[in-house]
Design a protein around this ligand. Structure first.
Ligand SMILES: [Zn+2]
Length: 160
């Protein structure tokens, strides 16, 4: 059981609903979720960013009180934990070398959603790269959404 068994755990659902409420667009089941290194839980294509929602125990959140080591069977746990940490860091390196931004949300952080929201807004600024949903583009709702999402600059690649 080196991999978290369920793809859509409660912490992941919390993170997704938070992202949704903040107005981010993301995929959880798209091709990039399956193909990018580490099979990220959440992919934000417009930001070229991925989010991993990590359980503190399995992924060894540094300094977290949940990241305990069972007293018995240490020869079993230690290598298993070491492999998880090594795999996570290799995946992050691979993603960064492909120019993807990697964000980790630790399970324990989700107890304080406002703090997570503040971090996401800082790390995933929407103003420069956020794009309106297609159905809202060129409608009266655009100005409303500008107010909501901040000033919008079109992605240069998208300018016809
Ligand atoms: Zn933690």
């Amino acid at each position: 059981m080196s991999r978290v068994p369920s793809k859509h755990t409660k912490p992941e659902r919390l993170a997704r609903s938070l992202l949704h409420s903040l107005g981010y667009r993301f995929t959880v089941n798209g091709p990039k979720n399956k193909c990018l290194p580490g099979r990220p839980d959440i992919v934000l294509p417009k930001h070229r960013a991925v989010i991993f929602v990590h359980g503190c125990f399995w992924h060894r959140h540094p300094g977290c009180k949940t990241a305990t080591t069972p007293k018995t069977n240490q020869s079993y746990w230690q290598p298993k934990f070491a492999r998880n940490v090594e795999r996570d860091s290799r995946n992050a390196e691979d993603l960064e070398s492909l120019d993807w931004q990697v964000i980790v949300i630790w399970e324990c952080e989700l107890k304080n959603l406002e703090a997570v929201a503040a971090r996401l807004i800082t790390e995933l600024p929407r103003a420069s790269r956020y794009e309106l949903p297609d159905e809202l583009e060129d409608t009266a709702l655009v100005s409303e959404n500008r107010k909501r999402y901040g000033s919008l600059e079109r992605d240069p690649e998208c300018i016809p």
